[in-house]
Design a protein around this ligand. Structure first.
Ligand code: ATP
Ligand code: MG
Length: 208
């Protein structure tokens, strides 16, 4: 058993995950917690190489290949970084984790959520986050926020795909209401962050 905490952030592209991950990491670090931030896909040397394949605009892997690449990156990240950190009692904050595959490849790409959940269990040695925040936002607002960024292959797919992914996240949240917290991410970063801190406190994930 591990004594650390794994906190994951999920939600469609442009919902504000990286922004909240940074705010939480800074806050917990300032309180003296030992924090490790990981991002998916990537986070290890092997994972970053896989990330380059996944985000390349020149490649078009089929959904099954795409899924296996994400799982490969995740298997490496879990064994090399996340489990060691949790065993040392650290707080690990993940910018996307297994649920992203369940939603994107399982639901939006149609492989099937249950199939992907089983493969995730293998890739992560059955690791389940202490809590998962789903930053929920209408796809139009997310698309608007992303206009400012240069787009990689996955971000070029348009709002229909984002809509499907948003739907997938809300299905997952209904299936496992103890772990998932759906947060209205249309608000300002500070307001969202305040709510996240409150929830972490109430659910006793972090002792403030
Ligand atoms: N609550 C917010 N309100 C308005 N803009 C925001 C908010 N949160 C983040 N942003 C801005 O929206 C853009 C996307 O945010 P961010 O990169 O945090 O999203 P993300 O979920 O990590 O996206 P991706 O999945 O593409 O990595 C950034 O320009 C960021 O500054
Ligand atoms: Mg991000």
């Amino acid at each position: 058993m591990t004594n650390g905490k794994l906190i994951t952030f999920e939600g469609i592209d442009g919902c504000g995950k990286s922004t909240q991950v940074q705010m939480l990491s800074d806050h917990l670090s300032s309180l003296g917690y030992s924090v490790v931030v990981v991002r998916e896909p990537g986070g290890t040397d092997v994972g970053e190489a896989i990330r380059d394949i996944l985000l390349s605009v020149e490649l078009s892997p089929c959904p099954e290949t795409e899924l296996l690449l994400y799982l490969a990156s995740r298997a490496q990240l879990t064994r090399q970084i996340i489990f060691p950190a949790l065993n040392e009692g650290k707080v690990v904050i993940a910018d996307r984790f297994a649920d992203s595959s369940t939603v994107y490849q399982g639901y939006a790409r149609g492989i099937g959520m249950e199939t992907v959940k089983k493969l995730n269990a293998f890739a992560t040695m059955n690791l389940v986050p202490s809590i998962t925040f789903i930053l929920d936002i209408p796809e139009e607002i997310a698309a608007e926020r992303m206009k400012l960024k240069s787009k990689d292959r996955l971000e070029k797919e348009g709002t229909d795909f984002l809509k499907k992914a948003r739907e997938g996240y809300l299905i997952l949240a209904q299936e496992e209401p103890e772990r998932f917290v759906v947060v209205n991410a249309s608000r300002s970063p500070d307001v969202i962050f305040e709510e996240i801190l409150l929830i972490l406190k109430e659910k006793r994930v972090i002792q403030f």
